[in-house]
Ligand binder design. Structure first.
Ligand code: SF4
Length: 324
């Protein structure tokens, strides 16, 4: 059964749905093969990216399938115990249903503390262990040394849902998209992964008839794209926010996003702690020094310790190059 499910996941070509697009079978295989007395399987339902809400949709509509996927991982990986790590509102909303579904299985629900950063996989490990809410330096990766130092498989809610589809022989190369902003038809939609952004907006009945731009991939870390750039597939966590250009002031919008990053970062490393603040100052004082900006962006991208700092540059570059 265990080898079987890993080969089936491999054959299906399932990629992780947390935004990393990492082949799922490789993670499963590494944890399965790791030589350890104990192992963990963790379903990440932290979903902290603003305007991304598809994992909540999945937990609401397909909790059985999610738990089936987690149980498959527990069966496949010997000596493992499971956690479902839920952000507070999801914990409150879904705990009764999930508790029923996990009854008798070695799976615990864990209510997340903290904000945006707490969904990062090494922060999540620290939080479950009762440590400070800050990222760990990788390597070692969680598959080698994760929860309490044991090999740990961490997959997103949608990934476990897709595993259940592989198990049932119903797998399709689809994903869920959260669409929001200046739209008529806000919601979660399921389409094939090879649809481009323009097609996703059209198929979901959300393609604007006004001048607009989008943030695609996530409300903070996603790319800023103009209408002429929508012929590409959607990366990241599967979120698309539409902004009406007439009603949106890009300077105020980036200030809002920079404030969010300043509030949510952990202050552990200088490029992120100082760099984001310096960019915020430049925009707020309307005093943008392009050379200084490029240096800060370079430092953020190359030397930040975790994804929050590194990925922040994706939208920062978009704002400066396309909107400001
Ligand atoms: S990049 Fe930001 S969030 Fe990540 S470790 Fe550094 S300060 Fe903390």
């Amino acid at each position: 059964m265990s080898i079987d499910i890993i080969s089936k996941i491999k054959e299906a070509g399932l990629l992780g749905k947390s935004g990393s697009n990492f082949p799922v079978w490789i993670k499963w295989d590494s944890v399965k093969k790791a030589d350890a007395l104990k192992k963990y399987v963790i379903a990440n339902a932290a979903e902290g990216e603003p305007e991304v809400f598809k994992d909540g949709f999945i937990l609401n509509n397909y909790p059985k399938e999610v738990v089936l996927g987690i149980k498959a991982a527990l069966n496949c990986i010997e000596k493992s115990s499971g956690y479902i790590y839920l952000r507070k509102d999801y914990y409150n909303k879904f705990k009764y249903t999930l508790n029923k579904l996990i009854k008798g299985a070695d799976i615990k629900l864990f209510k997340k503390t903290g904000g945006y950063l707490s969904g990062e996989e090494t922060v999540l490990l620290n939080i479950i262990e009762g440590r400070l809410s800050e990222p760990r330096i990788k390597p070692p990766y969680p598959t080698e040394s994760g929860l309490f130092g044991y090999p740990s498989l961490i997959n997103n809610v949608e990934t476990f849902y897709r595993v259940s589809k592989v198990l049932k022989g119903e797998y399709k190369d689809n994903r869920f998209y959260s669409i929001s902003g200046d739209v008529n038809n806000r919601g979660v939609f399921e389409f094939k992964t090879d649809l481009n952004i323009s097609q996703i907006l059209k198929e979901s009945n959300n393609f604007p008839d006004f001048d607009f731009f989008v943030q695609a991939g996530g409300g903070i870390s996603g790319e800023i794209l103009l209408p002429s750039e929508l012929g590409r597939p959607l990366k990241g966590t599967g979120g698309i926010i539409i902004y009406n250009r007439k009603r949106t002031n890009p300077a105020s919008l980036i200030v809002k996003k920079l404030k969010f990053l300043m509030n949510e970062n952990c202050d552990k490393c200088v490029p992120c702690r100082e760099g984001i603040y310096r960019i915020f100052e430049m925009v707020k004082n309307n005093d943008i020094d392009k050379d200084k900006l490029n240096e800060i962006v370079f430092a953020l991208e190359e030397t930040s310790l975790c994804g929050l700092g590194k990925c922040s540059v994706v939208s920062i570059k978009g704002f400066f190059n396309k909107l400001l």
